[in-house]
Design a protein around this ligand. Structure first.
Ligand code: FO1
Length: 307
């Protein structure tokens, strides 16, 4: 069994690649829920949905939401003066309505994900990192922002003073998370943000220790190439968490206690020695994943590198 720790857009590409390379039946994904939030009374779980839609083959080309969706409901809400900056498509809204109704009837988030998984025909196991509410709060010089407000509404323009993950200390790993980590043949840390995606998953009490106990079977993939994030404002999140450096080496250092092998882009060869000095084995390859061929190829390199 391959187990992936993943955030949203970057993470889902790796999860998809692992599914293409190794099949969905032997794949589990443990997914960040710190980006979750309530919109119009509905619980929206972007990273879980992105991974589910990706594995179901229905994700939109842009990497989130449902392919070929329309936005009539959101336009209608905007007519009534409601804030419509978060692109909830009509088909996507069905997911959030269904999830919210199930949870209103007492279902746990992990029960809901299992229901969505089965109904969307996804064979891989997809798990929230926790069933407990966890919310990433970003503090900028002009105040506190919910994660999606900072990222989408405000376009991640402001510098970050601090990042708080509300509810994390009291959260328990979702059912199956620790067992999956314990029994995995291989654990892949996807190229998601080490701060607000993977850092959040590892921050669920007990998870970092469980992954560290399997360190020899853990392989990470860098989200940074040439000192810049492959996608998203990773640099701002790193600075907000107190890391001045944005490099593959810095990523390897953040993960040094939990991963024995780290895949970096071939163009970052100059950092390989410094990564080795951290006690982490660097593996060099092309880590960009612009299409499904590239995702599958990278996944094969990751699986082979782990031996
Ligand atoms: N990202 C955007 O950049 N703009 C959006 O309007 C937007 C809407 C959205 C709706 C549902 C969903 O599941 C994801 C959505 N995302 C959107 C992606 C999301 O903000 C982030 O990419 C993830 O939270 C980061 O992993």
């Amino acid at each position: 069994m391959i187990v992936a720790l993943a955030g949203g857009t970057g993470g889902s590409k790796m999860v998809h690649g692992l599914a293409l390379a190794n099949g969905q039946r032997d794949l589990s994904a443990i997914v960040n829920t710190g980006d979750d939030g309530e919109f119009f009374g509905l619980l929206v779980c972007p990273d879980l949905d992105i991974n589910l839609y990706c594995l179901a083959g229905v994700v939109a080309e842009r990497g989130w939401g449902y392919a070929d969706d329309t936005f009539h409901c959101l336009e209608g809400l905007s007519t009534y003066g409601r804030e419509a900056w978060f692109g909830l498509g009509d088909r996507d809204l069905a997911t959030h309505i269904h999830r919210t109704l199930l949870m209103r009837d007492g279902a746990r988030l992990s029960d809901v994900v299992e229901d969505l998984r089965a109904r969307l025909g996804v064979e891989a196991r997809v798990m929230p990192m926790t069933d407990d509410p966890v919310r990433t709060i970003i503090t900028t010089p002009s105040g506190e922002r919910r994660f999606q407000e900072y990222l989408v509404r405000d376009g991640a323009r402001e510098e970050i003073d601090s990042i708080r993950i509300e509810g994390l200390d009291a959260a328990a790993p979702a059912p199956g998370v620790l067992e999956c980590i314990r029994d995995a043949d291989l654990i892949v840390i996807a190229p998601s943000s080490p701060i607000v995606s993977i850092g959040t998953i590892l921050g669920v009490p007990g998870v970092r220790e469980a992954v560290a106990a399997r360190r020899d079977r853990v392989i990470g993939v860098s989200p940074i190439i040439g000192g810049a994030p492959v996608e998203g404002p990773a640099q701002k999140f790193l600075r907000g968490a107190g890391y001045a450096e944005c490099s593959a080496r810095q990523m390897a250092e953040i993960y040094a206690d939990v991963c024995a092998t780290f895949v970096i882009d071939a163009s970052d060869e100059a950092e390989a020695g410094a990564i080795e000095a951290l006690g982490v084995r660097p593996v060099l390859t092309d880590i960009l994943m612009p299409d499904r061929q590239a995702r599958e190829r990278l996944a094969r390199v990751v699986i082979e590198a782990a031996g």
